[in-house]
Design a protein around this ligand. Structure first.
Ligand code: AQP
Length: 342
């Protein structure tokens, strides 16, 4: 076993998604495609389904296990290989919760009060938000540091939380006199143009919890559904401009161009140079064709995996064992440093 005190190995990656609904094109282009690249780069990857985060908002308990299986199936259908990367449910590794409690006693109230995502998610009635929603970023810090992860793929909206993880790690090491025990995790910034917006409102991000299913392309959607959603996507009557600078304030048009570019692995400039001057009547069918070509294999594999819950459980159990093999010695040492029993 690796000596955790002297661990100075290669990059270790931690990332996760909430099983709050079916995963969508935004999760795929904004995160999963990068997860697969990181896995193929030889980094040691831990990809968890963060069911403990999912209960910070009201949820249907009876549906949660299937949602966890569904999220893990979407990871794998997108190219995460459970033989190479650990795929598991956060709640199956108790060290996340144990470290989160210790970190709650390290983090300062003022640090959490500055977190903007709590304000966004709690909405106007923050008195009624769960305490878990408020301390969510502390659990995130525990998710990362319980594996001594060195790199975390993050979108713009999560940068503040990663900063907090670094502050918590630094403070823990100062308070308990163990400099170097935790790495200060670095962000792995996801490529530009990978923030996918709602198909119904170009100013809102594509989201699992948007009440309109037409706002997103789910990774479980079949070819006809994908084509229909793109056909119904909000646009404007103007043709695409000849250059990106001339796009002006057209968020929906820009979003569709960005989706095309991300699916093709090119740039918005290149897409505009190909389709400039054409209207959406011509562009949308091309986009639908490309989306179906890229996403149909994902949807087919996803359908195959969720049809076999026993196989998903086997994968998740094995993933949790691999995760615990790293997390358990870390939490044991943390508890010893804090002065806990056992
Ligand atoms: N629209 C998006 N564009 C690009 N990336 C996105 N991600 C999510 N939506 C988009 C990325 O997916 C990862 C996992 O996100 P999450 O499940 O932790 O929750 P989220 O970011 O809050 O995603 P949703 O769909 O909006 O979920 P709900 O509705 O439950 O809040 C992250 O890497 C995120 O950047």
């Amino acid at each position: 076993m690796t000596d955790i005190q002297t661990y100075s190995g290669p990059q270790r990656i931690l990332s996760g998604m909430q099983p709050t609904g079916g995963l969508h094109l935004g999760n795929y282009l904004g995160a999963l495609v990068n997860w697969v690249k990181l896995q193929e780069s030889g980094a040691e990857c831990f990809y968890c389904v963060v069911d403990m985060h999912a209960i910070t908002m009201p949820h249907a308990a009876a549906e949660l296990p299937d949602k966890v299986r569904g999220a893990a199936a979407a990871y794998i259908a997108s190219g995460v290989d459970p033989e190479k990367s650990a795929v598991f449910a956060q709640s199956a590794v108790p060290a996340h919760a144990e470290l989160a409690w210790i970190f709650q006693c390290v983090a300062r109230l003022g640090w959490l009060e500055r977190m903007t995502q709590f304000k966004d998610k709690a909405g106007k009635d923050k008195e009624r938000a769960s305490v878990g929603l408020f301390t969510y970023p502390v659990l995130q810090a525990a998710d990362i540091l319980v594996y001594k992860a060195t790199h975390v793929p993050v979108g713009e909206d999560q940068k503040q939380h990663l900063e907090l993880s670094r502050d918590i790690a630094a403070r823990f090491m100062r308070d308990y006199d163990c400099e170097g025990f935790f790495p200060l995790p670095d962000p792995y910034i996801q490529g530009a143009g990978t923030r996918i917006m709602s198909l119904k409102d170009g100013s809102k991000k594509m989201s699992k919890s948007d009440p309109s299913d037409l706002s997103r392309i789910n990774l479980s959607d079949d070819a006809d559904t994908i084509a229909r959603k793109i056909k119904k996507a909000k646009t404007d009557p103007e043709p695409l401009p000849g250059s990106l600078e001339d796009m002006g304030d057209r968020p929906e048009a820009l979003n569709l161009v960005g989706i095309y570019a991300a699916l093709e692995g090119s740039t918005a400039e290149k897409v505009i140079s190909e389709f400039g001057g054409q209207g959406f009547g011509a562009f949308k069918p091309k986009l639908a064709e490309l989306a179906v070509e890229r996403l149909s294999p994902v949807a087919n594999e996803y359908a195959r995996l969720i049809a076999d819950p026993a196989e998903m459980d086997r994968i998740l159990t094995k993933g949790a064992e691999r995760a615990r093999a790293i997390a358990d010695p870390v939490i044991k040492e943390v508890k010893a440093r804090v002065g806990f029993w056992g």
